[in-house]
Design a protein around this ligand. Sequence first.
Ligand code: IMP
Ligand code: MG
Length: 182
Amino acid sequence: MAAIAKSGVNPLSEILLDRETIQARVRALGSQITRELAHTPLCIAPLLDGGMIFAADLMREIDLPLTLLPLKASSYGDGTISSGSVTLPWGVPESVRGKELLLVDDILDTGRTLQTLKEQLLTAGALSVRTCVLLRKEYSKGLPADYIGFDIPDKFVVGYGLDLAGLYRNLPCVGIPKLESE
Ligand code: IMP
Ligand code: MG
């Protein structure tokens, strides 16, 4: 596991997306969802923990009646490489039955999290499951999501919900974390 820079005012070595850029894109996604899902009784399902910041901003840009159903998924452990297995520590709630869900996550990396969740939610009786991610990495470009904020390079990133060992989720921008050796 990569060591985190212990101190320093700026924990990032590079900013990829600043606050204003993210805000503008989230606003545009909200308008698109408002137009396209106007006749769908929408239930927003943020994937905790990473998707909560994005979902909180996105849902305030959607001008439709909607409900909220947070789901918990976990795949990364404390490192910068996906552990390869997705766990759903809260299970799948029975209340997904009959819902038209929009899964909201921070990033599409291997795609396993959204794929696993989608299958389980449909099996549990969800009527439909759409997906929305803020970020998609270069090597995931072939992977589908209904709504995508930004395509980014194949770098481990933090901020705006994304963490490294639990840190940096509260940064208003998305960037590449400094490592101790830098
Ligand atoms: P996937 O299942 O491989 O698509 O991974 C999705 C999950 O891994 C996301 O919800 C994130 O929590 C985490 N993840 C993937 N890439 C990054 C990254 O660059 N920084 C922080 N977390 C990441
Ligand atoms: Mg994470």
